[in-house]
Design a protein around this ligand. Structure first.
Ligand SMILES: C=C1C[C@]23C[C@H]1CC[C@H]2[C@@]12CCC[C@@](C)(C(=O)O1)[C@H]2[C@@H]3C(=O)O
Ligand SMILES: O=C(O)CCC(=O)C(=O)O
Length: 351
């Protein structure tokens, strides 16, 4: 058991050893130019192989991103009492250090906002009208990108109609379950930097996203790591750092898309480690379906390529609705927030 000199400073936030620089993808990061010929095939390949990809040529104006990021920075820089007035996150609103309902802790503060149709929900108010306006424009852009990507997924997998998946999340009038999350990870405290040069506190613990798709933007501060799947279910994975690029977005496959594609696409585990020197600000749009949506493999994928007299592919997952996944934690079989145990604490601490 390790006792920190000042445990209260970290309030039980785990420490992780960051992968070395060589573990970066470098040129190997999956990148898709959404405007290029053959983009649908590239999207499917990246989602099958990595569970995420970087999007370039996305057509989202710099102003739309910059305006919301500036609003987020302004909110996070406001006095603690002003931020606390918008919390605690239950689940929507301002939250700090405590993430979700499972007692997970991270070196971050965040604003979780519900989306109703094409704009922020009136029932989880934004802290200011300027943040709400900026968020609504941003949400519009993210819905457009979610449609493009999900249509490409359907096209690339040979699923008809092209809007089969996209309509679940951004269909006209669909009461889908969309969320916008603004995250701020303050720099790693100087005390810890000195004590443990190779460690950082966990910003956001290891998890997969339960929805169909997430679209992530960050400022130029690093911290995001993804697990390259070898055999992730058997715990065989390698953490790699994704270099930040504010000019692009990262599309992340969620658990529901994994189920709907009967495991062809894999949701990707990811986590954030706090940066030693700079604040990281990220904005993430989560595209989930309506609560009554059945989460099960698309029938067309189970029968695709099955000849006469041959058995169709079996579903690898128990069927449930998106609403049930909230209530009964059904997706917990797939998504894992790993409580980092003593063995995974940095060896500097264990010494
Ligand atoms: C530790 C967490 C925090 C969770 C639940 C659990 C694992 C996955 C996280 C997310 C990620 C996607 C948005 C969110 C709203 C969701 O649906 O799953 C998040 C939720 C929360 O922020 O509460
Ligand atoms: O901040 C990031 O880069 C990732 C955030 C994330 O994984 C989340 O909010 O679910």
């Amino acid at each position: 058991m390790v006792v920190l000199a000042k445990p209260a400073a970290l309030e039980q936030i785990s420490l992780v050893r960051s992968p070395s620089v060589e573990d970066n993808f470098g040129a190997g990061l999956p990148v898709v130019d959404l405007a290029a010929d053959g983009a649908a095939g590239e999207v499917v390949r990246a989602c099958e192989r990595f569970g995420f990809f970087k999007v370039v040529s996305h057509g989202v104006g710099e102003g739309v991103v910059g305006r919301l990021e500036a609003e987020a920075v302004r909110f996070f820089a406001s006095p603690q009492a002003a931020k606390d007035a918008h919390g605690p996150a239950s689940p929507f609103g301002y939250g700090s250090k405590r993430i979700g309902r499972n007692g997970d802790m991270g070196w971050l503060e965040y604003l979780l906002l519900a989306i109703d149709g094409a704009s922020l929900s009136r029932s989880s108010p934004a802290p200011s009208s300027s943040l709400r306006d900026a968020a609504n424009k941003y949400v519009g852009a993210m819905r457009g990108m979610a449609r493009t990507v999900l249509e490409m997924v359907a096209e690339g997998l040979g699923v008809a109609p092209r809007g089969a998946l996209a309509d679940m999340v951004v269909g006209d009038g669909a009461a889908s379950d969309q969320i916008l999350r603004l995250n701020h990870y303050p720099p790693c405290p100087p005390l810890l930097q000195n004590l443990m040069p190779n460690c950082s506190p966990t910003g956001f613990g290891e998890h997969t996203d339960p929805q169909l798709i997430s679209i992530l933007h960050s400022n130029s501060t690093s911290g995001l790591q993804v697990a390259l799947h070898h055999d992730a279910d058997a715990g065989d994975h390698q953490w790699v750092t994704v270099p930040p690029d504010p000019a692009s977005f990262l599309v992340i496959v969620g658990d529901s898309l994994q189920v709907m594609t009967n495991g062809r696409m894999r949701s990707v585990r990811h986590r954030v480690v706090a940066n030693k020197l700079k604040s990281r600000v990220s904005m993430i749009y989560f595209g989930g379906p309506p609560l009554e949506q059945r989460i099960a493999p698309l029938r067309q994928l189970l029968v695709a390529g099955v000849g006469d007299g041959e058995e169709e592919e079996q579903s690898r997952y128990e069927e449930f609705t998106w609403g049930e996944s909230h209530k009964e934690n059904k997706l917990a079989i797939i998504y894992i927030i790993k409580k980092i145990s003593a063995e995974t604490l940095c060896s500097d601490l264990l010494a």
